[in-house]
Design a protein around this ligand. Structure first.
Ligand SMILES: [Zn+2]
Length: 66
């Protein structure tokens, strides 16, 4: 999205915080790249290893069901 002010065009990043949060980095959109983001998946795997999440919870989280 581009807005214009006195200094010319200004790029406004689209807000996606509602679907991608630090607590829920995976959105329900199955075609979104977040479900294949190795960095995000590695973080979830680390939480499973730390005992913060069960493998079932991690699977649901990555698939956007939580
Ligand atoms: Zn997403």
């Amino acid at each position: 999205m581009t807005l214009f002010n006195d200094h010319g065009p200004v790029e406004i990043p689209m807000e996606d915080d509602l679907v991608h949060t630090s607590e829920h980095p995976f959105c329900p959109d199955g075609t979104c790249g977040c479900h294949e983001d190795e960095t995000l998946i590695a973080e979830v795997a680390a939480q499973v290893a730390a005992g913060a999440l069960s493998p079932e919870e991690a699977t649901d989280l990555v698939s956007g069901k939580r």
